[in-house]
Design a protein around this ligand. Structure first.
Ligand code: DX5
Ligand code: ZN
Length: 221
């Protein structure tokens, strides 16, 4: 496993120039593109879908696209994002009627699969399907919006997830999402995370006119 992954959430990018925004974060050293899909049903916000993922691939993006589905139901969107060029697809277990089947669909489509846990969702939901997962995504805010404050009690949960992963013998990535920035990323890593989503901390950081505006923040993270 690659030791640490930085995955900027394009939810906080300028959507009017998304291709360039993604080029900039990748040139600045980002590892993955975190792609937040919201449906105004599972979460109270509406964002982007498979057409935009396909457009980034057609634009020439070859980096991993890490699709975080905040939609209910999930299976139709899993199929669409496999077609659209996703690298990994994660979904919230509460949003699927058949968690095992949805995970299997993702793997059958050649993508990496994972479950996402809201701050109050018990990790035990993954107990019987860890062999079908490549990653765990832990929310450190309630999903739906960028720019929220990191919820401190989720640090304990990161430790719990790390312990479950280590005990399972499966090499799952442990990604954390929400409110991460320079002020807390070291703590999140110390709790056991190896992959870090950051939206507002990266895209909120600098002047739109500067082509190197993301270099220092991504290097610092
Ligand atoms: C929240 C999304 C996050 C969000 C992170 O529902 O899943 O990926 O964009 O943004 P920040 O880093 O600003 O909390
Ligand atoms: Zn996300």
């Amino acid at each position: 496993l690659h030791p640490f992954v930085i995955a900027p959430s394009i939810l906080s990018a300028n959507f009017a120039s998304l291709g360039q925004e993604v080029d900039h974060i990748l040139a600045a050293g980002a590892d993955w593109v975190h792609f937040d899909v919201m449906d105004n049903h599972y979460v109270p916000n509406l964002t982007i879908g498979p057409m935009v993922c396909r457009a980034l691939r057609d634009h020439g993006v070859t980096a991993p696209i890490d699709v975080h589905l905040m939609v209910k139901p999930v299976d139709a969107m899993i199929a669409a994002f496999i077609e659209a060029g996703a690298t990994s697809i994660t979904f919230h277990p509460e949003a699927s009627e058949h968690i095992d089947r949805s995970l299997q669909m993702i793997r059958d489509g050649g993508c990496q699969a994972g479950l996402v846990f809201n701050p109050a969702t018990p990790l035990q939901l993954m107990e019987h399907v860890m062999d079908k997962m490549d990653m765990v995504l832990l929310m450190s805010v309630n999903p739906g919006f960028g720019g929220q404050k990191f919820i401190p009690h989720t640090l304990k949960k990161i430790e719990q997830a790390r312990a479950m992963i280590d005990a399972s013998g499966h090499a799952l990535r442990l990604e954390v999402d929400g409110g991460i920035g320079l002020g807390n990323i070291a703590q999140v890593a110390a709790a056991g995370a190896d992959s870090f989503v950051a939206g507002s901390a990266i895209f909120g950081a600098a002047q739109a006119s500067d082509p190197h505006r993301y270099d220092s923040i991504i290097a610092a993270l």
